[in-house]
Design a protein around this ligand. Structure first.
Ligand code: SAH
Ligand code: SF4
Length: 454
């Protein structure tokens, strides 16, 4: 049954994004197309004529949140606009979403993004599912609506060629496709001319960039070329794979001013046995050496990581090794997850033998340990002079938040630091997850320099 009261014309849209930075970036393209079609952004999901869910299926929890959101639409009162589902769950579930949720009128994969205007037209008449194929380059060229005029996300590659046993990403996003170096550098050049000063390069494994291209360009070279674009002051990138992170990337980071002192280097586990079962291609010793090398070559570098607890077969001793590694490396922050079996992955065939209660205990123990280390890392910044790119409003009225070059969150007084500005500040105190700063100087303001793009 299709919602009888569905609106037939679209004036406003809202996007709810789940998942990784790549999804956030994909949503910028979806928003760019919506704006091109003349739709206006609304902050209210309930009032939007077009409500789009950009979805994530990397863990069951992320998928469940989508199902919860869709189920609650069924109970919502009043006229409901067109509901669309795109992204990873759209890729993996396709028409099943239409079958389960009558409120959904359109399901599309990112490859179908270029056809979005036609798909929306068609789905106002009948329900549509399109998860077809199109060249990646065409998606990168689509318009984007970025949330901040000073910073932009730029993919260097799409998909992933690794085969980490737990991971569904290669299944839904396909194998690795690197963008030609010239496309990346041209895009960054255009962004810089429009006033962007910070670039975040994205890829599931940025360090293997270029392996599939005829023109052999390494990721370190890309970093150098992007950092050399006039006007670009800060370059960050994620995600680095420990096995593929070469010394030349670290050297580039130490030599090249705009390259920020920040490395996201997911370790996943500190146990060699588990790392092997995960098919990660390195052991704990190698990881520790790599992290130590990064700290040696790039002074002041902040290193963050991802860790999974409760992978099949992980026993107490394996988990202790993860705790050991965390104590040794002293990550500046970590994202920690309970293992979630994903259909179609190699680990799906293994028995998910760590009970949920035990996974929760391990996650809590690990979070407690990392929490203390994060606080230490933040406290070490007390009194430091930092450069902050202000990204948005803070939790309390009058506050804004931004990030340092090391990617630490800094809360500032909004009367001192305008939204979308680059400032220098002194760190006055450290909290559990963020720093508090006092502004010295506003270096740049985005919106007011006429850089705001519609
Ligand atoms: N390409 C990146 C990101 C992958 S997904 C990388 O290689 O790190 C982001 C994180 O989600 C992963 O690093 C991993 O820690 C976590 N993750 C992925 N699949 C998972 C699963 N099945 N269960 C729990 N956590 C998972
Ligand atoms: Fe998944 Fe591993 Fe690829 Fe990251 S490197 S996306 S964890 S398969």
């Amino acid at each position: 049954m299709m919602s009888a009261s569905r609106r037939t014309s679209i004036r406003s849209y809202h996007i709810r994004t789940f998942g990784c930075q790549m999804n956030v970036h994909d949503s910028e393209h979806v928003a760019g197309l919506c704006e091109q079609m003349g739709y206006e952004w609304t902050g209210s999901a309930d009032e939007a004529d077009l409500l789009i869910f950009n979805t994530c299926c990397v863990r069951q929890g992320a998928e469940d949140r989508l199902w919860g959101n869709l189920a609650s639409l069924a109970h919502a009162e009043g006229a409901r606009g067109l509901v669309a589902v795109c992204g990873c769950v759209a890729e993996s579930r396709g028409v099943e979403i239409l079958a389960r949720f009558p409120e959904v009128g359109l399901v599309f994969g990112m490859e179908a993004l270029g056809r979005l205007p036609q798909l929306i037209e068609r789905s106002l008449v009948a329900r549509v599912c399109d998860t077809g194929e199109v060249e990646e380059a065409e998606i990168d060229a689509l318009p984007a609506r970025r949330e901040n005029t000073l910073r932009a996300r730029v993919p260097v590659s799409h998909g992933c060629d690794n085969n980490c046993a737990y991971c569904v990403v290669p299944l839904v996003r396909g194998g690795e496709r690197s963008r030609p170096a010239s496309d990346i550098v041209e895009e960054v050049g255009a962004l810089a001319r429009a006033g962007v000063v910070e670039i975040e390069l994205l890829g599931q494994n940025v360090n293997s960039y270029g392996g599939d291209l005829d023109e052999k360009v390494s990721f370190a070279e890309i970093l150098g070329r992007v950092a050399g674009v006039p006007g670009i002051r800060r370059v960050k990138f994620e995600t680095s794979h420990p096995r593929d992170l070469g010394r030349e990337v670290l050297v580039a980071m130490s030599e090249c001013g705009p390259l920020c002192e920040y490395l996201h280097l997911p370790v996943q586990s500190g146990s060699d046995r588990v790392l092997k079962a995960m098919n990660r291609g390195y052991d704990a010793g190698y990881y520790k050496e790599t992290a130590a090398l990064a700290r040696q070559i790039v002074p002041g570098i902040k290193i963050t990581t991802d860790i999974i607890v409760g992978f099949p077969g992980e026993d107490r001793e394996d988990f202790e090794r993860t705790l050991d590694l965390v104590r040794t490396v002293e990550f500046d922050a970590a994202y920690m997850f309970m293992y979630s079996p994903r259909e179609g992955t190699p680990a799906w065939l293994l028995e998910d033998d760590v009970p949920v209660a035990e996974k929760k205990r391990r996650l809590a123990e690990l979070s407690r340990l990392q929490g203390k280390i994060t606080v230490n890392s933040l406290e070490k910044m007390s009194g430091a002079r930092v450069e902050v790119l202000v990204e948005g409003l803070g939790r309390d009225p009058g506050q804004v938040v931004g990030r340092t070059r090391g990617n630490q969150v800094v809360v500032l007084d909004g009367s001192e630091a305008p939204l979308e500005s680059l400032v220098t500040a002194r760190v006055v105190s450290a909290g559990r997850h963020s720093l508090k700063g006092r502004v010295y100087e506003v270096l740049l303001e985005g919106g007011r320099q006429g850089t705001r793009r519609e």
